[in-house]
Design a protein around this ligand. Structure first.
Ligand SMILES: [Fe+2]
Ligand SMILES: [Fe+2]
Length: 146
């Protein structure tokens, strides 16, 4: 904690996968990490962080589940590998939440940066490949809204 400079992660259109719903959720996820980053620099971060973490963890879960359902519905050949990466990220988010509960000083800019980088790498590699497959399969975005 501390330091006056908050590093910003601004959404870059180059990160779009071309799938509107997925892109919209990625922007929201990034914004959530950003809000968390801002919150750790506030005077009483312990007031806001638990609620932000809960929202982030829930959002991560619903986003990953949505992608996994879409991959399964379209018989995506790299489903297993993609899901394994999601599971790693799920575990990391659980660690983040538990770590904060046990010791709020574990919530550092470095940790959040690390997760943001991880998320962006995943979006640009595996998610991009998945979105291309969904497009080619004619998977309707409207079917993802449920
Ligand atoms: Fe994603
Ligand atoms: Fe993904």
């Amino acid at each position: 904690m501390g330091g006056n400079q908050v590093s910003m992660v601004i959404w870059n259109p180059a990160w779009e996968t071309g799938h509107a719903l997925i892109d919209q959720q990625h922007k929201e996820l990034l914004a959530q990490f950003q809000t968390l980053l801002v919150a750790i620099h506030e005077n009483h971060p312990e007031d806001r962080i638990p609620g932000l973490l809960k929202y982030l963890a829930d959002y991560v879960e619903s986003h990953f589940s949505m992608e996994e359902a879409a991959m399964q519905e379209t018989g995506y050949p790299w489903f297993k590998g993609h899901k394994a990466i999601h599971d790693g990220m799920r575990a990391r988010v659980v660690q983040l939440v538990d770590g904060f509960r046990n010791d709020p000083t574990t919530m550092t800019e470095e940790v959040i940066d690390f997760l943001t980088d991880w998320l962006l790498r995943h979006i640009n590699e595996e998610d991009r490949r998945m979105a291309k497959h969904l497009h080619q399969s004619g998977h309707q975005e409207s079917r993802l809204h449920h």
